[in-house]
Design a protein around this ligand. Structure first.
Ligand code: HEM
Length: 459
């Protein structure tokens, strides 16, 4: 038996019970352990394997700045291989991970990212133009449509058309089919991953994936045959990139990376936006302040000016703090013994950097359960106190893009509509795959707002 006395205290709750709680009560799962054992705790599993949760800023700093040879990430993300493929950035390690990151990061930052500002606002307008006044709808649906259309444009550089529409529908169905807490059981229990035909949950997922793959491969073939050299979309960038030995990316590598960006790049932002609307409706004073700030802008403000608004920024930050979309950063598996705070973690230990617990430390965030954007105007938080996008060499590559998109979509809609939840009761988040989401069935209605003389229209 491995020595355990230098790990944080923790629990040996039976694995099945623990997993069910992890799936169906994702917040209670971490909160209850933290209440019993503090910021850092250990959960023992089969064969005395250990998972250690950390949320103390000092521990998070040490984890995120550890040598990448000491902590392994790709292996811990294998649960996603069936969908993203083995060449996905999430599953890569070492040099190949670094190389792919360098290729994929620039399009989501700086001028390249800002160039998408107008597109984001335009797509938001198009989607919300379809809203029928007074007719209830689930706010997640339009948010998902907006973020999916945006990421498809960025990744494939394609304008609207039947092809894009088809991929959009297939991806939505795929993510919807794995979105419910019940479907998440299939992700975490291998025995559920059986194809019993098109009507079984896993079988349906497999068939949707096959159709998406066919479309992606057809797009790659077409793009290879095309003569236009000036495309700036990510698919074209990846196709023209060369490894050190002069080799281009294979079709399989391209497919896996495209799938990664399409899924990582829209579900998350759609969930974040859905929460933002929940909070803005839940706290009318937040909405009033936001509207007042948006009213200070002139007509047709530049998207970058909108994205710099302090209160709008704080509302988005607080949204990602209180219920971070990812409860934990990716698990890190210890490759060679490592010391975190005073704990000595042996090889094979699985480390979970807990974003949710770090965001609810009373020491850092007094009255942490209260939605209070002002806390981001009053002080700055270190990357180990506020980490909705994880940290270190695995920090989310879409961090800047996601926040930019969130602000533009929220500003565009809040200046045109009041979005109200039909039922005003407070809600607890539910698991949606690997993320925390608003429970399904929360209906909203949208009422157009009276435009004041200087209300901004963001196109
Ligand atoms: C609100 C929206 C988003 C949230 C909350 C979010 C959160 C995260 C988190 C927590 C991680 C793990 C980081 C770690 O373990 O240290 C991550 C990784 C990643 N995210 Fe995001 N993300 C968002 C949007 C996006 C977007 C828009 C894209 C791309 C277009 C994206 C692409 C990725 C990729 C490729 C990785 C893997 C990075 C690597 O392994 O090197 N994400 N994200």
């Amino acid at each position: 038996m491995k020595p355990t006395n230098n790990l944080p205290d923790g629990s040996k709750m039976p694995i099945f019970l623990r997993r069910m709680k992890f799936i169906f009560q994702p917040l209670e799962y971490v909160e209850d352990f933290a209440k019993a054992y503090g910021d850092n705790f250990t959960l023992w599993g089969r064969n005395d394997s250990q998972m250690v949760y950390f949320s103390h800023p000092q521990a998070l700093q040490q984890i995120f700045s550890a040598d990448s040879g000491q902590l392994e990430v790709g292996r811990g993300n294998r649960i996603l291989k069936f969908m993203l493929g083995s060449n996905s950035l999430l599953l890569l390690e070492g040099d190949s991970h670094q190389r792919q990151r360098q290729l994929l990061t620039p399009p989501f930052h700086g001028d390249r990212m800002r160039a998408y500002g107008e597109t984001i606002s335009e797509i938001t307008q198009q989607v919300t133009d379809e809203w029928k006044v007074g007719k209830p709808f689930h706010i997640r649906t339009p948010m998902q449509e907006i973020t999916l259309r945006v990421i498809l444009r960025v990744v494939f550089g394609l304008d609207e058309g039947p092809r894009l529409e088809k991929i959009r529908q297939l991806l939505s169905s795929l993510l919807e089919s794995m979105g419910s807490p019940l479907a998440s059981v299939g992700l975490f229990f291998r025995f559920m991953q059986k194809d019993f035909g098109a009507w079984s949950p896993w079988g349906r997922m497999v068939r949707l994936l096959q159709q998406i793959d066919e479309m992606i491969y057809a797009l790659i073939r077409e793009r290879r045959a095309e003569s236009e050299q000036n495309r700036q979309d990510i698919l074209s960038l990846m196709m023209s990139a060369r490894y050190d030995d002069g080799q281009a990316m294979t079709d399989e590598e391209l497919r896996d990376e495209l799938m990664t960006l399409l899924t990582a790049g829209h579900e998350t932002t759609a969930s974040a936006l859905t929460w933002a609307f929940y909070w803005v409706d839940h706290y009318p004073e937040v909405r009033d302040k936001l509207v007042r700030e948006l009213n200070t802008l002139g007509d047709n403000p530049d998207p970058s000016t909108v994205a710099r608004l302090p209160y709008l920024t704080a509302v988005c930050q607080e949204t990602l703090r209180i219920y971070p979309i990812a409860i934990n950063a990716f698990p890190r598996i210890v490759r060679s013994p490592i010391e975190i705070m005073d704990y000595k973690l042996p090889e094979g230990t699985i480390i979970f950097p807990s974003i949710y617990l770090a965001h609810h430390r009373e020491e850092t965030y007094p009255q942490s359960k209260q939605f209070r954007p002002e806390r981001f105007l009053e002080r700055q938080f270190s990357p180990y106190e506020y980490l909705p996008f994880g940290g270190g060499n695995r920090r989310c590559i879409g961090l800047a893009f996601a926040q930019y998109e969130m602000k533009l979509v929220l500003a565009t809609i809040v200046s045109r509509f009041q979005v109200s939840f039909v039922n005003k009761r407070p809600v607890r988040p539910v698991r949606r795959g690997l993320t925390l989401a608003l429970p399904g069935g929360m209906q909203t209605v949208a009422t157009p707002v009276q435009k004041r003389a200087n209300t901004p229209v963001l196109v």
